[in-house]
Ligand binder design. Structure first.
Ligand SMILES: NC(=O)c1ccc[n+]([C@@H]2O[C@H](COP(=O)([O-])OP(=O)(O)OC[C@H]3O[C@@H](n4cnc5c(N)ncnc54)[C@H](OP(=O)(O)O)[C@@H]3O)[C@@H](O)[C@H]2O)c1
Length: 283
């Protein structure tokens, strides 16, 4: 995707109601999901992420931004397609208490794996084991690569078969030190590096060589044609009570910047959503 130009709205997954339409497939009043901007009205066209959605088919319409949207489908396809889990695998997830990471840990458990999550702070680590069912949690705060390495080694003495990477930097470097033979690293995000003034160097890539391991980037956009398949699987697990998910909803366009910045200070508990329209507008 092209970089966001200065002065343009920040790109975001969105849901909303059609206010005006020149496309017969999108009637006024129809709920739609899409890739638009943090803005009160968007002009969109059919195709790609822009799909009609049915609020009656899900517990809450916002779930099209979390479990049944890009977040849930990133977790589903990123883990299953890219990381190729097998029962008995040990899985390390960074950004584990976040929207994507919390789902990856739960899918890992559903697939018969052992799940270890890395998150910031005692409260988030408690959520990993108590709410999301991870087998172990590691608090990364205050830890350098050596301390992270020791913590991962304590939680997974035989190493890890899969890393689902959301964070990068020191956390990825420490994870690489714990790869098992034939391990897979799914590179989903590098959130600790997004605001770095200089590119961050990863120093332990050599561990991929000695362990005959692989690393593969993933982009949820590639899976748009398979979204229905992923949503059906997630819906089934939700109905069976095997998945929980959280949404952190802030309100008002004036709160767009603080809401966005939560992603970088970790004060979001679940999928960060900004609600712009009001009940008075029928939403
Ligand atoms: N490849 C794709 O197609 C795709 C699609 C969607 C998302 N993503 C990526 O997936 C990752 C997770 O996204 P999300 O939407 O689920 O967000 P999220 O995990 O709900 O929120 C971001 C979390 O990242 C953690 N974090 C932020 N800065 C950090 C740092 N410097 N070091 C360690 N942890 C840090 C914070 O948790 P703590 O409190 O634990 O620090 C924060 O809550 C992001 O990297 C995102 O870019 C990729």
């Amino acid at each position: 995707m092209p970089p966001i130009a200065l002065g343009d709205p920040v790109r975001a997954s969105t849901i909303g109601v059609v206010a005006d339409s020149r496309n017969p497939d999108f009637a006024v009043g129809q709920w739609v999901m899409g890739l638009n901007g943090i803005e009160e009205y968007s002009v969109g066209s059919a195709g790609g992420f822009t799909q009609p959605i049915d609020p009656a088919a899900v517990p809450a319409v916002t779930n099209y931004l979390s479990l049944f949207g890009a977040v849930g489908l990133t977790a589903y396809f990123g883990f299953i397609d890219v990381c190729e889990p097998k029962p008995g695998d040990t899985v390390l997830v960074s950004g584990a208490a976040g929207a994507v990471g919390s789902l990856v840990g739960q899918i890992a458990k559903i697939k018969g794996c052992r799940a270890i999550g890395i998150a910031g702070g005692a409260a988030k680590c408690a959520r990993l084991t108590e709410r999301y069912g991870f087998d172990a949690a590691i608090d990364y705060r205050g830890k350098d690569v050596a301390a992270l390495d020791a913590a991962i080694r304590a939680a997974a003495p035989d190493g890890v078969d899969i890393i689902f990477e959301n964070v990068g930097g020191d956390i990825l470097d420490a994870g690489l030190l714990n790869l098992r033979h034939g391990a897979r690293v799914g590179l989903c995000g590098l959130i600790s590096e997004y605001n770095a003034p200089e590119p961050v160097g990863i120093r332990n890539l050599w561990r991929l060589i000695v362990n005959r391991a692989s690393i593969r980037g993933l982009l949820v956009a590639d899976y748009v044609p398979r979204f229905a398949e992923g949503a059906a699987a997630m819906g089934q697990w939700l109905r069976e009570g095997r998945l929980v998910f959280d949404e952190h909803i802030d309100e008002g366009i004036e709160n767009a910047l603080p809401a966005f910045m939560r992603l970088f200070d970790g004060s979001n508990d679940g999928k960060m959503i900004l609600k712009l329209a009001t009940e008075e507008q029928g939403l």
